[in-house]
Design a protein around this ligand. Structure first.
Ligand SMILES: Nc1ncnc2c1ncn2[C@@H]1O[C@H](COP(=O)(O)OP(=O)(O)O)[C@@H](O)[C@H]1O
Ligand SMILES: [Mg+2]
Length: 359
């Protein structure tokens, strides 16, 4: 097992080679670490800025061994890493952070809500269904409309459908693949917010100001941060973040998506055990950004300050919107972050910009 704090010159492993892995790798490099990326694609956004890429699926024994041979600590950039891969790495003597509990909770929308409610973090009412009959019965019991989501592997609004009438529940269950689902009561929110928080190996915590988020077709379009909130709302969010961090004995950065209800109550929508798209504003708005913060936490370094020094509007560049790079580069207040993806498929996250304003 690695000794903490992990000294510069050590190698840090990242499962996943997308843009989050890329920005984590860049932050790790700045702190003097080498990065090894484990990723199926030999030419990934993260792999191209890392010292090593190990090409293979996360479930591949040889690939995990190769990663364990070079990396002292492993983290991940997305939450659908198989539990077996984490256990395999641990068996090879490599520490994985955030730990398996955080992964298990974040991978299953039912386990996630049960964990949240048990730890005093409120969510919408929900039920689980594994058969079409259960889906119909749950819709009847809860009262339509309900939002049916696959328990596992949904992202960017994929794998979820509104059920307007109980009679539709069986068909929608089948259309979602016939896999186990959660049925959620509608959150009648006035805003979507998120809070990015971190916990170190020593149990210290660091929490960023709230971001206000706007989605289109299930995909994040825009975040504004720090969000305009009352101190009471900020307190409520920080209490939720502390409960999540402590309840999971968490190490690393977590993204917590929140619904703000009309009466000022916050509900947790979901948690992501990783750096989060709604935290990209911290790159140009805070003293230490979420990527460096995550690397500090997993490497057992002290956490850095989260104070904002600017107000930031973060805009995702989806598909061919990235072609505007030359024009964006002329705007003095615009910081450009591009992911080096080869192929600008419609809707694909190609980069983001942070428009920096004074606080
Ligand atoms: N229970 C709900 N009530 C109302 N809107 C919801 C509910 N759950 C999700 N949404 C909307 O759908 C979006 C995506 O849902 P989410 O659970 O965050 O899935 P994903 O994993 O795809 O991000 C949310 O950001 C929110 O706008
Ligand atoms: Mg979400």
């Amino acid at each position: 097992m690695a000794q903490f704090p992990l000294p510069p010159g050590s190698t840090l492993g990242i499962l996943g080679g997308g843009q989050l892995g890329r920005m984590l790798a860049l932050a790790a490099a700045r702190l003097g670490f080498d990065v090894a990326v484990l990723e199926r694609d030999a030419d990934s956004p993260a792999g191209r800025v890392a010292a090593h890429t190990i090409v293979g699926p996360y479930t591949d024994d040889a690939a995990l061994r190769a990663l364990a041979a070079v990396a002292s600590v492993v983290t991940y950039e997305f939450e659908n890493v198989p539990a077996a891969s984490v256990l395999a790495l641990k068996a090879l003597g490599v520490d994985v952070a955030p730990g398996p509990e955080a992964l298990a909770v974040a991978q299953d929308r039912v386990a996630e809500k049960q964990f949240l409610n048990a730890n005093g973090a409120p969510t919408v009412a929900f039920s689980a269904a594994s058969t079409p009959e259960e889906a119909v019965a749950a819709t009847l019991a809860m009262g339509a409309p309900v939002l049916m989501k696959t328990r596992r592997e949904g992202y960017d609004g994929k794998g979820q459908r509104w059920v307007e009438h109980p009679a539709d529940a069986a068909r929608i269950f089948a259309e979602l693949g016939g896999v186990p689902v959660i049925l959620e009561a509608p959150a009648d929110f006035v805003r979507e917010l998120s809070i990015i928080a971190a916990r170190g190996r020593d149990g210290a915590t660091a929490i960023y100001p709230l971001a206000e988020n706007h989605h289109e077709n299930g995909v994040l379009r825009r975040s504004v941060a720090p969000a305009t909130v009352t101190p009471a709302l900020a307190d409520q969010a920080e209490r939720i973040a502390m409960r999540v961090l402590q309840g999971l004995d968490y190490v690393g950065v977590v993204g917590i998506e929140l619904f703000e209800l009309r009466d000022g109550q916050l509900l947790v929508n979901e948690i992501a055990p990783r750096v989060h798209n709604t935290g990209h504003w911290t790159q140009d708005g805070c003293e230490v950004d979420q990527f460096e913060q995550h690397i500090r936490a997993v490497a057992g370094w002290p956490l850095g300050p989260t104070e904002p020094h600017a107000r930031v509007e973060m805009l995702n560049l989806l598909g061919d919107e990235v072609d505007a790079w030359a024009k964006l580069a002329q705007e003095p207040e615009t910081r450009i972050h591009l992911y080096g993806k080869r192929d600008a498929k419609p809707g694909r996250k190609m980069g983001h910009v942070n428009r920096v304003k004074s606080l």
